[in-house]
Design a protein around this ligand. Structure first.
Ligand code: SF4
Length: 286
């Protein structure tokens, strides 16, 4: 195997505080971030797939960096191995890997899939396919391609708004891949794979968190094998996080409409766990 191409590692935070973040320096001096999130029964490595990102979502620190380059498969694998070594000293293990760090996984499809295959191999890291989740803004071509892979990985869609006007304002890629186009691709994916699909919805104060937006979202989500994950926003400067009360009311509207809904709390506020916050703070990417 080729020598791994991460040359310098810094770790922020403490596992006891629910998350730690690593700032990794690549051989060409570019920096990426990976986060380890601790839940009650599992420990999830959230990995990056790009240095920066070309998609420029307005609520995202990585989006502000612009795009530098795609990561190679081994650079993705190394992020997981780094946390595995870190956890070994604490007698813990990485139980899940999510592609929700810097970058859009389906714009680096081949390297992401190769990384999953390497980590999935019996004589390598041996992590079951069901323990991987790919989160996409809704790149249709990637959703269609993943549906045909013989891999039982999980798919998540970063939705974040219930209508195209609002979604296009905060996620410019929506002009190319509208909500309707994404949902058609997801329906096709479900037909082929019979797997659940998670729709992620970041709760941003006074932007997408009203009860009427919850009702609109509920209408879109009323389909078998769809479920919603509400995520507390990790502020990056422009927007603010919704209050706990607003999230509770939003969730109640969805539940009343019969939509399966989970809630992910904000991780690592103190370590700037939103993707791109450390890499941008650490100075100019060379
Ligand atoms: S949210 Fe994801 S896709 Fe959007 S700019 Fe950030 S890293 Fe890129």
């Amino acid at each position: 195997m080729k020598e791994l191409s991460v040359k310098e590692k810094m770790i922020f935070g403490n596992l006891k505080d629910d998350s730690v973040k690593a700032l990794l320096s690549l051989n060409d001096n570019l920096k990426i971030e990976s986060v380890l999130m601790v839940y009650r029964d599992w420990i999830t490595a959230c990995v990056s797939v790009m240095v920066g990102c070309p998609l420029g979502c307005k609520f995202c620190a990585t989006g502000k960096m612009g795009f530098k380059r795609n990561l190679e498969a081994l650079e993705i694998v190394e992020q997981v191995l780094f946390f595995a070594r870190y956890l070994k000293k604490l007698r813990e293990k990485v139980t899940n890997v999510v592609f929700m760090g810097m970058g859009e996984p389906f714009l680096n499809y081949d390297n992401v899939l190769e990384a999953i295959r390497i980590l999935n191999e019996k004589d390598s890291f041996c992590l079951g396919a069901r323990h991987f989740s790919i989160s996409t803004v809704g790149i249709i071509e990637g959703i269609k391609k993943l549906a045909k892979e013989k891999l039982q990985v999980n798919l998540a869609i970063s939705l974040h708004a219930p209508d195209n006007d609002l979604r296009s304002k905060i996620m410019p890629i929506n002009k190319k891949y509208s909500i309707e186009k994404i949902l058609t691709a997801v329906d096709e994916y479900i037909k082929i794979t019979r797997r659940k699909v998670m729709f992620e919805y970041i709760m941003i104060d006074n932007l997408n968190d009203s009860p009427s937006e919850a009702k609109e979202l509920a209408k879109l989500m009323k389909k078998p094998l769809y479920f919603v994950n509400l995520i507390s926003y990790n502020p990056t400067g422009i927007f603010h996080a919704s209050s706990g009360d607003k999230i509770k009311k939003f969730k109640e509207v969805l539940e009343k409409a019969g939509i399966p809904v989970t809630q992910r709390y904000r991780f690592g506020k103190d370590i700037k766990a939103a993707c791109g916050q450390l890499a941008t703070k650490s100075g100019k990417q060379s």
